[in-house]
Design a protein. Structure first.
Length: 351
């Protein structure tokens, strides 16, 4: 245990115990307060470790935490049916678990697709449940931007994650630089062409989702600027749906035999690959995707997908909730309005 210059023992924190035990702060809090939800052996180990480290509870913080929740974070994700969001949700859940011991409650709502009307309805539901702040994957429309503006004016801070919304200032955006991730995907397609003239297609989910629109702009821009030999013959929307993705990709490949590269730049990857697999015996088609869902991992390891662009989905969920929690509890704003996650290229050999 470390000692301050005054000779007083430095206070051991829940965070330090959590790091030493290799668990979350929420797990430590539940174990020390004998709450359910922790494996008995893990709880015993945490309690013993806390005693060894000389932990003494902060009675002020304990009193606050034992009251009814003092802050409520609403989380609204357009995640149903989209496996990309599995890791985002895991990040959200982890951050909410860690904030629980500070009197912060989370209410998580999920919808299918980027539906403006449904999104607005769910925001109103969260308002009725007295949310203190909102973490959201928004639709990039004027109505959603206006709703976020209204929330901020009511002192209900908003953090957008994974994608953002135009023309409205809010607490923070957490996600990757989607134009840059589009550059990366475009460059992968270009490099795999070996300078030969080739025809490609890009499949996204929704053009009214800012992240996907920016990603498409990035792909288009880098190919036009640096790979004039690559022609984008089609830019398709699959509404993040596997069945729709299968149909539109199958139709494209049947009508355009020149296509030899496809970028599946949203959800619906399984359906798109199913259509491509049906023609692989007749012609080679290179596939570039995004992130590392189970479908992507499997097809990457089998050599069907050439490469994928990974954008740290867990960090998007975790940091979004963490930033809002720090603001609600302590008034701390992030240093930068845009909090970027990293971009990595993954192939079958780096899985």
């Amino acid at each position: 245990m470390s000692v301050q210059s005054t000779g007083e023992l430095m206070k051991v924190t829940i965070k330090e115990i959590a790091e030493a035990a290799g668990v979350s702060r929420g797990t430590v809090d539940r174990a020390l307060n004998h709450r359910p939800g922790v494996n008995a052996e893990v709880a015993d180990r945490i309690i013993r470790l806390a005693e060894e480290m000389g932990y003494r509870p902060d009675m002020v913080a304990k009193t606050l935490a034992n009251k009814r929740y003092i802050k409520t974070i609403g989380v609204l994700l357009c995640s149903e049916g989209n496996p990309f969001f599995d890791d985002v949700i895991e990040g959200v859940d982890r951050a909410l678990e860690e904030l629980e011991c500070f009197g912060v409650k989370g209410i998580v709502k999920k919808i299918k697709g980027f539906d403006e009307k449904l999104l607005l309805e769910k925001i109103d539901e969260l308002l009725e449940q007295k949310m203190s702040g909102l973490v959201i994957t928004p639709v990039d429309t004027a109505a959603v931007a206006e709703k976020i503006r209204e929330l901020e004016e009511k002192r209900i801070p908003v953090v957008t994650i994974n994608t953002s919304v135009s023309n409205v200032r809010h607490l923070a955006y957490v996600g990757c630089d989607y134009i840059a991730s589009g550059y990366v995907a475009g460059e992968l397609i270009g490099m795999m062409s070996n300078g030969c003239e080739q025809h490609a297609a890009v499949v996204i989910g929704f053009k009214n989702v800012l992240a996907q629109k920016q990603r498409l702009d990035g792909i288009r821009s880098i190919l036009e600027k640096e790979y004039g030999n690559i022609h984008i013959d089609a830019e398709l929307e699959n509404h993040d749906d596997d069945d729709m993705s299968y149909e539109i990709v199958k139709d494209l490949l049947e009508k355009n035999p020149r296509i030899c590269a496809v970028c599946l730049a949203s959800a619906g990857v399984e359906g798109g690959i199913r259509a491509i697999r049906e023609v692989l015996s007749k012609r080679k088609i290179r596939i570039v995707t995004f992130d590392l869902t189970e479908v992507v991992k499997r097809n990457l390891s089998e050599g069907v997908i050439s490469a994928t662009v990974y954008q740290e989905p867990f960090a998007q969920g975790y940091r979004g909730v963490e930033i809002l929690g720090q603001y609600l509890l302590y008034g701390i704003r992030p240093e930068n309005y845009i909090v970027k996650t990293n971009i990595f290229i993954t192939t079958r050999y780096s899985l």
